[in-house]
Design a protein around this ligand. Structure first.
Ligand code: NG6
Ligand code: CA
Length: 511
């Protein structure tokens, strides 16, 4: 009795909620979700010993926590994956959950339950630092006024974000719904349909361009980098591409330090290695693998800094840290930064087929790690897990009744106690869907090119059904659709049962 009082007092004095002091609720650990952008399954040395860039800090998490070999984002692009992570709902249920322009309205219904709302209801402080890309405002946004609704209306107490991606305007930081450092005498305007009269673009003024565009990315030029979308004014608010990643790290670290007194959720959404890849100066040339390699090294160091902060603040044992990526890798995503040359002969997908935008495995199967110092046994787990499941699984851990529409409670798989994760998962890539169940994956027929010629990634489109047994064929080389008709039918029936509606093209093909 006395000891428990002493322990409780010590915990209180140290200022953190402890899993030992809560009787009713199991415990209230802090949660940090570290999300990279376009990092591939084969980009982390713990996942692929031949990865081209060393990732010692991510490896330390992987080796000290549960490293999932079948960990998925919901989608092969950013917006839908982030939608699923935060809402616990499949993104194909929302037709707006697709790659958004920087001017798109918020696509999460403010009435909806979300991961941060669930945590808030359990007494958590909630914050996001970094990439948002889920839309802002209600369709009539004035960037010079209060930017709402946004992260603060869907569950985050605090937000410090970029609106979309660093290749899209507006290239500004948004601090709790306000463009930071905006000069009222130079208001900012954004348009994705047409340019503002007299404003330069990468086409009209190529002399402004310091980083060449390869495809797309030839609208407004900010800091010598041609972007997607047009911007006018707001110059005092533009971020500096060479310091912004460090700046986001500083914000993330401050958030941890400022909120350690009560349980917190930090969603730290990094930009690496999404294009344009601009290493912070001290990483320039460090990897020997060009800008993509440099920013991967940089991001790995940031992961180490987050872990170090948790240690220094004495909260490592009371903090769950997740690490993952929003979609698979891409080398040439629109700028001439030589990533495709540097990676020639070595796939950032590891042994997986496809990549970003693809229905093949590398589109959605990503590095996925759960780390909880001293609380979970290190393990490599083959359980099928998806980022979308965080909401229901963490709700279970905290004793909350909240469950997301498609989010499953797979807590025991996440903590490594069980090898049973989800039974099945619908995979999505640019609004097309496929079905994973057990070791099998079925990709329905889709019209459209087999390869996106610009980025040189296979998309998964074929005129016929594809069926792969990933156990023997993780590289998806042997299509068993014809030789395993019963399995194909079983997969298709279950897929249709969950997916419901079909695209018109698919209906025609299936007839
Ligand atoms: C694409 C962009 C690509 C990237 C992607 C979004 C072109 C030609 N390509 O439309 O560069 O920005 O959108 O990436 O514009 S994501 O990771 O945020 O989904
Ligand atoms: Ca992405």
């Amino acid at each position: 009795m006395k000891i428990s009082i002493i322990l409780a007092t010590v915990a209180l004095v140290l200022g953190f909620s402890s899993c030992q002091t809560k009787e009713e609720k199991t415990c209230q650990p802090n949660v940090v979700f570290i999300y990279l952008d376009d990092l591939g399954y084969g980009d982390v040395t713990a996942y692929d010993a031949d990865a081209k860039v060393p990732t010692p800090n991510i490896d330390a998490m992987a080796n000290g926590g549960v490293r999932f070999t079948n960990g998925y984002s919901s989608s092969a692009t950013c917006t839908p994956s982030r939608y699923a992570l935060l809402t616990g709902r499949y993104p194909w249920r929302n037709k707006n959950a697709r790659i958004l322009p920087g001017s798109a309205p918020l696509i999460i219904d403010t009435e909806m339950m979300t991961l941060p709302k669930m945590l808030k209801a359990e007494g958590y402080q909630t914050g996001i630092v970094g990439k948002w890309h889920l839309g802002l405002g209600d369709g009539h946004l004035d960037w010079n006024k209060s930017i709402t609704p946004g992260p603060n209306e869907v569950g985050f107490d605090e937000s410090y974000i970029m609106a979309a991606t660093q290749d899209r305007v507006p290239t500004v930081f948004i601090d709790n719904g306000k463009v930071e450092n905006l000069d009222p005498n130079d208001p900012i305007y954004v348009n994705y349909k047409k340019n503002f009269e007299g404003e330069p673009t990468a086409i009209t003024n190529p002399e402004l361009v310091k980083l060449k565009w390869h495809h797309g990315h030839n609208n407004s030029v900010v800091n010598g980098i041609p972007r997607i979308g047009y911007v006018k004014g707001g110059k005092s608010a533009y971020w500096n591409d060479s310091t912004m990643a460090d700046h986001f790290l500083d914000k993330a670290i401050s958030y941890i330090k400022d909120h350690k007194q009560a349980p917190f959720f930090l969603y730290y959404a990094l930009q690496e290695p999404h294009v344009p890849r601009i290493p912070q100066p001290r990483w320039n040339g460090k990897s020997g693998m060009g800008a993509r390699g440099d920013v991967i090294m940089q991001a790995d160091w940031y992961v180490g800094q987050i872990m170090k902060t948790l240690e220094d603040e004495g909260i490592a044992e009371n903090t769950i840290v997740f690490f993952s990526s929003d979609n698979g890798p891409v080398l040439n995503d629109g700028y001439e930064d030589e990533a495709d040359i540097k990676w020639e002969g070595k796939n950032p997908t590891g042994s997986l087929r496809g990549g970003k935008y693809s229905l093949f495995e590398a589109g959605t199967r990503v590095p996925f790690i759960m780390y909880w110092k001293g609380k979970i046994e290190p393990k490599v787990s083959d359980a099928l897990v998806c980022q979308m499941d965080l909401m229901s699984s963490l709700a279970k851990l905290l004793g909350s009744d909240v469950r997301g529409e498609d989010s499953q409670d797979i807590l025991s798989a996440l903590t490594g106690k069980s090898d049973m994760g989800r039974e099945n998962l619908i995979l999505e890539a640019t609004s097309r869907t496929a079905f994973r169940k057990g070791d099998w994956v079925m990709i329905p027929p889709y019209n459209g090119p087999a390869i996106n010629k610009h980025v040189n990634n296979e998309l998964g489109n074929a005129k016929t059904f594809q069926l792969y047994n990933l156990k023997d064929d993780v590289g998806q080389q042997n299509n068993l659709a014809e030789s395993e008709p019963e399995k194909l039918k079983e997969m298709l029936d279950e897929f249709v049962g969950i997916r419901g509606e079909y695209s018109k093209t698919q209906k025609l093909i299936l007839k």
